[in-house]
Design a protein around this ligand. Structure first.
Ligand code: MG
Length: 245
């Protein structure tokens, strides 16, 4: 692959926000598709539930809705198919059905090299804050085993912590407050355009890792400061990014 210009990306980031400095000491990290390779099962469960309901849709389109709350996704598709809003009852029942399908599928693996990336942050004293739109207890509970010491429980933003989900900047702004860090002291690690938009609007240096089928161009359009093809690539480049080289 072509050389990645980290220095240029950092300069463009500073100019865009009017910052004079970039001193990363906190990493704000998404969960689904970033730490856990769960999106293939989420998209399969969404597609199965919506198809049963008579909603025409493709499995891949659900990668684009990643980061939205389940209720917002259901409302959006019901409106598109049936030209009416979803009822509160439908939002609850359909999300429960989707979660049930997800739980039928095989155990989710971690994204390759995500453990190496998190270990590097721990070893170099970078504060980690989890920032997920999910409230799914099964996935949140396993992080302690998959990433030992990686995500302290008092440094987690979940669907229960926020009023607005991604792409609103609130989740990442709240994460900065937990980390006691300014935006120019934070990197955000994301895999989905709506999450990228949220992190970039909050003012962090936002790194998109394309772990699914979404093209790079969608990540740039959402406001990514850097787009990388794999978590391994990010782990390799972290020393450079954190030093601001
Ligand atoms: Mg994600």
């Amino acid at each position: 692959m072509e050389d990645i210009d980290i220095h240029g990306a950092i300069e463009r980031y500073k100019n865009r926000h009017g910052y004079t400095t970039f001193n990363p000491r906190a990493a704000l990290i998404d969960m689904d598709g970033t730490l856990l390779d769960s999106m293939k099962w989420h998209t399969k469960a969404w597609h199965r539930m919506m198809t049963e309901l008579g909603v025409e849709c493709t499995r891949d389109e659900f990668y684009l809705y990643e980061g939205m709350t389940g209720a917002a996704t259901i409302d959006s598709l019901i409106r598109r198919a049936f030209h009416r809003p979803a009822t509160e009852q439908e939002k609850i029942e359909l999300y429960a059905r989707k979660t049930g399908y997800f739980n039928e599928y095989p155990r989710v693996e971690i994204v390759p090299d995500a453990d190496r990336m998190v270990k590097y942050l721990i070893d170099h004293g970078i504060t980690r804050v989890l920032v997920t739109g999910s409230g799914q207890p099964s996935n949140l509970a396993r992080l302690d085993g998959d990433f030992p010491g990686g995500f302290p429980h008092d440094l987690r933003i979940t669907s229960h912590s926020v009023r607005f989900g991604k792409p609103h900047p609130e989740p990442y702004i709240k994460a900065m407050e937990l980390a006691k860090a300014n935006p120019w002291e934070c990197i955000t690690i994301e895999n989905a355009p709506l999450g990228v938009e949220s992190g970039a609007k909050a003012g962090a240096f936002t790194i998109a890792v394309t772990t699914g089928p979404i093209p790079d161009s969608d990540m740039w359009k959402a406001g990514a400061d850097l787009v990388l093809p794999s978590m391994g690539e990010l782990a390799d480049l972290l020393p450079c990014i954190l030093k601001g080289c």
